[in-house]
Design a protein around this ligand. Structure first.
Ligand SMILES: Cc1cc2nc3c(=O)[nH]c(=O)nc-3n(C[C@H](O)[C@H](O)[C@H](O)COP(=O)(O)OP(=O)(O)OC[C@H]3O[C@@H](n4cnc5c(N)ncnc54)[C@H](O)[C@@H]3O)c2cc1C
Length: 416
């Protein structure tokens, strides 16, 4: 069924009896051409593009829980392409362009809203750094604009720009950035992939890999053995655990990141704003809740919940720039597992084992990457060569020293 305005009217007039399930619930087949492990945004997008753009058939996505239960449904929904480095910026701009046509492409309302993102500047040195980043964005075909304090005040009159501890001296804006309803992205890709014949198998945990003559030929799962021509791993925060089953130690650590939502308020935040002197960012959902977050909890964990010191830290950051928000009540908070890489940038590459491919290391920026990550991983799986925008995302950059260290933090995953 194709979704459209006419369809909504037709269903409304006939008691909404004609809606079909958005995707099937098939039993696993004994083997597939390609298996994708992980039914998050990246795994589902990979399966979708494999079928749609690369003509692949007999594809399955194996998800240990339910679609949308991982980070794709836990993030703070921000999309942008405001990166500095050559290895990153073309990839994230490719992703933003895919977001711009995505709803028409997969025929699903993902509430993509290009309401803009603004990075606040609090010092002259920071202004220099942001001008450099803005120029790198423009050179890569993205949009970027430096805003003055007056321009920012006109849009966000309640920001304390002058007598605050961190006065606001301007900002770097990307007007094409914004927010997307995160779980709708999982559902849209799942529905689109299912329509193209992909089997989405939920409640199917991969517990091991079967190898024959140095080649990966299938996976052991909680629902039995499934054979495959090629296997792509896209399990985000569980990457180290999954790859340890083939004795691969990844240049990666798993950390908790928390997100917060306030009670619903009338529209007050027109776009996304990030604090430049601490780690805090905020937007407002279409339901009215202030959606905000900050730093990692700072220790290795596979728990999907966080601790109170970071709640305090995030709220302090928020109060430093948005004192008025102190009157809003916190409604919900939760955590997700971050696959933090050693340089803060992702990996989309073959593994040393034939037939086994890897996608991970998204740190806390993987939601915006979902379309490009899926497209580039599908490109690699189908053609055995990296997509032109993802050539830098190789395992061997940690051997050759070609790090893509956007923040210049060095190999400290918790700081990226
Ligand atoms: C609080 C928070 C805020 C964030 N904010 C942003 C943001 O604003 N913008 C942004 O760009 N990014 C953000 N991120 C990061 C982003 O959400 C992730 O980088 C991205 O979603 C990871 O990719 P994914 O969607 O495929 O992951 P997931 O949805 O986690 O998918 C991985 C899936 O693999 C499954 N899995 C794991 N092990 C197995 C197994 N053995 N067998 C089968 N299945 C398995 C899991 O159940 C899971 O469903 C945020 C993350 C969090 C937690």
């Amino acid at each position: 069924m194709r979704y459209s305005g006419l369809q909504v009217i037709k269903q409304a007039l006939t008691g909404h009896k004609g809606w079909k399930p958005a995707w099937r619930d098939p039993e696993p087949k004994p083997n597939y051409d390609i298996i994708i492990i992980g039914g998050g945004g990246h795994g589902l997008a990979t399966a979708y593009y494999l079928a749609k753009e690369f003509g692949q058939k007999r594809i399955a996505v194996l998800e240990k829980g339910w679609i949308g239960g991982g980070n794709v449904g836990r993030n703070t929904t921000i999309i942008r392409s405001n990166y500095l480095l050559d290895g990153n910026e073309p990839f994230y701009e490719f992703s933003l362009k895919l977001w711009e046509g995505l709803e028409q492409d997969f025929n699903y309302n993902a509430m993509i809203s290009q309401r803009g993102i603004l990075n606040l500047i609090h010092s002259d040195a920071q202004r220099d750094a942001f001008i450099r980043r803005g120029n790198a964005m423009l050179l890569n075909g993205a949009d970027a604009e430096m805003l003055t304090t007056e321009q920012i005040k006109a849009r966000y009159p309640y920001l304390n720009t002058e007598d605050a501890r961190f006065p606001i001296k301007g900002g770097l804006a990307q007007h094409r950035g914004g927010t997307v309803r995160h779980d709708a992205v999982a559902w849209g890709y799942a529905r689109g992939a299912d329509k193209l014949g992909v089997d989405i198998i939920q409640n199917c945990e991969v517990t091991g890999f079967r190898q024959e003559n140095g080649r990966c030929v299938g996976v052991e799962t909680s629902r039995g053995y499934i054979g495959a021509g090629k296997i792509g791993c896209a399990v985000a925060g569980s990457s180290s655990r999954l790859m340890s089953k083939v004795d691969m130690r990844l240049p990666m650590e798993s950390h908790v990141l928390q997100a917060f939502v306030s009670e619903g308020l009338k529209p007050v935040m027109p776009g996304v704003v990030t604090f430049g002197a601490g780690h805090f960012y905020c937007s407002q959902s279409d339901k009215g809740g202030l959606v905000f977050g900050g730093d990692l909890d700072g220790y290795n964990s596979y728990a999907q919940r966080g601790n109170l010191p970071v709640v305090e830290d995030v709220c302090e950051g928020g109060m430093a720039i948005f004192p008025a928000f102190g009157r809003a009540r916190l409604l919900r908070m939760w955590g997700g597992i971050m696959d933090m890489s050693m340089d803060g940038s992702p990996i989309i590459d073959r593994t040393p084992i034939d037939g086994l491919y890897f996608n991970g290391g998204w740190c806390y920026g993987g939601f915006k990457a979902t379309p490009a990550s899926g497209f580039c991983f599908a490109h690699l799986l189908a053609r055995d060569e990296p997509h032109p925008t993802a050539t830098a995302y190789r395992f061997n950059r940690f051997e050759t020293g070609h790090m893509i260290d956007e923040k210049g933090m060095g190999n400290q995953p918790n700081l990226h």
